[in-house]
Design a protein around this ligand. Structure first.
Ligand SMILES: [Cu+2]
Length: 653
């Protein structure tokens, strides 16, 4: 909106006498004002809302406004909004980490003590309804201009098979030429591995054994004690640890390849927590082996969680070390080794393979790990999938499993070039995994090139997409105030009412249990079209009410009393006065979304039978846990017009 009249102008405009003068002074303002008035009138009409839906801003008291970097719906119906330090170095330096719990039904808010900086962590729904949150921020990036002292990753080696060694933050590493670097956090290097090689003479007598010692290794970020060119190096060297003596000095040393004043990326943390929706607090669990910033967490068919990618504790993309969390032991073990760029979109598909759509959020080289494919975790093999248009523009794209999940169709929407590329694409593409040799096929185009598009499954088997920006982080005022519905049955988009709040980087959207869609966050690089004023984080929450709710008014199908979990046959029976009206039932997995990445949401088609007395319906949930991973789901029933009930929460074990 280029020429929004000021408050004073509006008043004058409404007084009749001044209009002509003002119009002469500023004609576009007057025209635009008239257009705005008409637009406001148009979108308020019941007929309009029934076709396009409507938007409303949520009233959030000032103390609860938050930089929503992460949003997850919990089975209590509340939404967890996590900021951590919220992409604000001042908060990080002050140790101010935030989380807000929003109850959309009552519109109440609660502050949740946040133990570590969850900014850019990963999260996923656990089988018992807790939210696993792992990783986050250890250090903010330092751009090239801001790097004064040379720094980089130091590999710390320990050759002692007898004891581990802990080096405190501030430990000094000295180069062969005497330049000193200090470590930026505590590290413990485990004991070296000792193996005995035993062999025998032909006589059967044992030969003297050989011992093989493999040094243990940990990484730490180090920075030169003094600024200046003497500390720059790109040659591999061994570094002594100042203060160690005798045998320990021989056993423990540093190795570094490159210590420079190049841009220093964000660094991750290892910490992991479960958020308990009933106690409404974070509970610590075992940390990951690797530090991760921008990891994807995906729940598998057995309820375990795979953590993939992220920047590690020296700011490098984790080279391929993935980890599996077991909610029973609350510990991590090694997963299959495979490299992905940060926040890769990974979906659990029928049979248990993970589909990587190529969608990701922003770190790692352009040539590596960008091609979509199917990942067989058991064999750790990866089968590439071709056919995708604009394969160089998958960063900041959106991906989702189209409804219902039984169809095994996955859609990729929009995206842009790697890094701060000016490129973005309007392409959508769909892959049908039920086919023998699946390939991506183009779907209908978006209205324009779109990064950071929010895409949300609705209970009527359509997809609601909204917002995003044409350029990197909304640059040059490129936020897209448009929304649309995608219908997989017709493979076409239809227009939806326009949002009023722009959403680009660090924005989220999710389906609420009442059938509305809530949108959060946005982190523009600049606040103005000319890119001169630094951006401010968007803290408003805007909620979309889809057409089906305007069509229904208060007349929605409703489920009455019923169980909170399935019986052993995977069924659940609910009392309802609307048995005759209900034609479909869907289980919808609640979202856990960040950086346009939501690998959780999925919509499962259920069997539906009606009771003899016409007062109950029974839903039948597929037994295949690769289609329905364990956890809490929203159960929606819909009528022949696609009008959904409010959701009932039910646990799939
Ligand atoms: Cu981010």
């Amino acid at each position: 909106m280029a020429h929004r009249p000021s408050k004073k102008f509006k008043k004058t405009l409404l007084g009749s006498g001044a209009v002509v003068v003002l119009a002469a002074l500023n004609a576009p303002a007057a025209v635009s004002f008239a257009e705005e008035k008409y637009h406001a009138y148009k979108i308020a009409q019941p007929g309009y809302k029934k076709q396009f839906g409507s938007w409303a801003e949520v009233n959030v008291p000032a103390e609860y406004r938050i930089n929503a970097i992460h949003a997850a719906l919990l089975h209590t119906g509340k939404v967890l909004l996590i900021a951590g330090s919220g992409n604000d170095q001042k908060n990080f330096d002050a140790g101010t980490f935030e989380t807000i719990l929003w109850d959309p039904a009552k519109n109440t808010f609660k502050k949740i003590p946040t133990p570590v900086d969850f900014f850019c962590s990963g999260h996923t729904q656990l089988p018992d309804g807790r939210l696993l949150v792992a990783g986050g921020t250890a250090r903010y990036e330092v751009l090239e201009d801001g790097v004064e002292k040379a720094g980089g990753g130091m590999r710390v080696k320990n050759e002692s098979p007898d004891k581990a060694v802990t080096l405190k933050k501030g430990t000094v590493f000295r180069s062969p030429s005497g330049v000193e670097y200090v470590s930026k956090f505590d590290v413990t290097v485990p004991k070296a591995k000792r193996e005995f090689e035993i062999s025998y003479f032909k006589s059967g007598q044992m030969k003297p054994w050989k011992t093989k010692v493999t040094a243990a290794e940990t990484r730490v970020f180090v920075e030169a004690t003094k600024a200046g060119p003497q500390a720059l190096t790109t040659e591999a060297a061994q570094y002594e640890v100042v203060g160690l003596k005798g045998e320990e000095a021989d056993n423990v040393y540093g190795l570094a390849q490159k210590l420079t004043t190049e841009k220093q990326d964000f660094q991750g943390i290892k910490g992991a927590y479960e958020f308990d929706p009933r106690a409404e607090k974070y509970i610590p669990v075992a940390p990951m082996k690797d530090a991760r910033w921008y990891p994807t967490l995906v729940t598998l068919q057995d309820g375990k969680v795979l953590a993939v990618s992220g920047l590690n504790d020296v700011g490098d993309v984790v080279p391929g070390d993935n980890e599996i969390y077991d909610p029973a032991t609350k510990k991590w073990t090694k997963g299959p080794f495979r490299y992905f760029p940060t926040y890769p979109s990974l979906f659990l598909t029928k049979g248990g393979k993970l589909l990587y759509t190529g969608s990701n959020a922003g770190y790692g080289p352009a040539e590596k790990g960008r091609e979509p494919g199917l990942w067989d975790l058991k064999k750790n093999s990866f089968t590439k999938l071709g056919g995708l248009t604009d394969p160089d523009q998958l960063e900041t794209s959106a991906s989702l499993m189209l409804p219902p999940v039984q169809n095994q169709k996955v859609m990729v929407l929009g995206g842009g070039g790697v890094g701060e590329s000016a490129k973005s694409t309007a392409r959508t593409s769909i892959v049908d995994l039920s086919k023998d040799s699946p390939v991506f096929t183009d779907g209908p185009a978006l209205p324009q090139g779109t990064r950071y598009l929010s895409s949300v499954l609705l209970p009527d088997d359509t997809v609601f997409t909204s917002g995003g920006s044409e350029e990197y982080r909304g640059r040059s005022g490129s936020d897209i105030l448009k929304a649309q519905f995608y219908d997989p049955r017709t493979n076409a988009f239809a227009e939806a009412a326009e949002p009023t709040v722009g959403r680009n980087y660090h924005s989220e959207a999710l389906l609420l249990p009442d059938g509305r869609v809530a949108t959060f966050g946005s982190d523009p690089l600049f606040d103005d079209k000319d890119n001169t004023k630094l951006g401010t984080f968007e803290q408003r929450i805007e909620v979309f009410t889809p057409p089906y709710l305007h069509q229904a008014g208060t007349d929605r199908p409703a489920l009455g009393e019923g169980p909170r979990e399935l019986d052993q046959n995977g069924r659940a029976t609910f009392r309802t006065a609307d048995a005759g009206r209900i034609v479909k039932a869907r289980l919808m997995r609640p979202s856990a979304v960040t950086h346009t990445t939501d690998v959780e949401q999925r919509s499962v088609e259920l069997g539906l039978t009606k009771g003899q007395d016409g007062k109950t319906v029974t839903v039948d949930v597929p037994q295949d846990r690769t289609l329905v991973p364990p956890g809490w789901y929203m159960l929606f029933v819909t009528d022949a017009n696609g009008i959904p009930s409010e959701a009932k929460w039910i646990q799939v074990g």
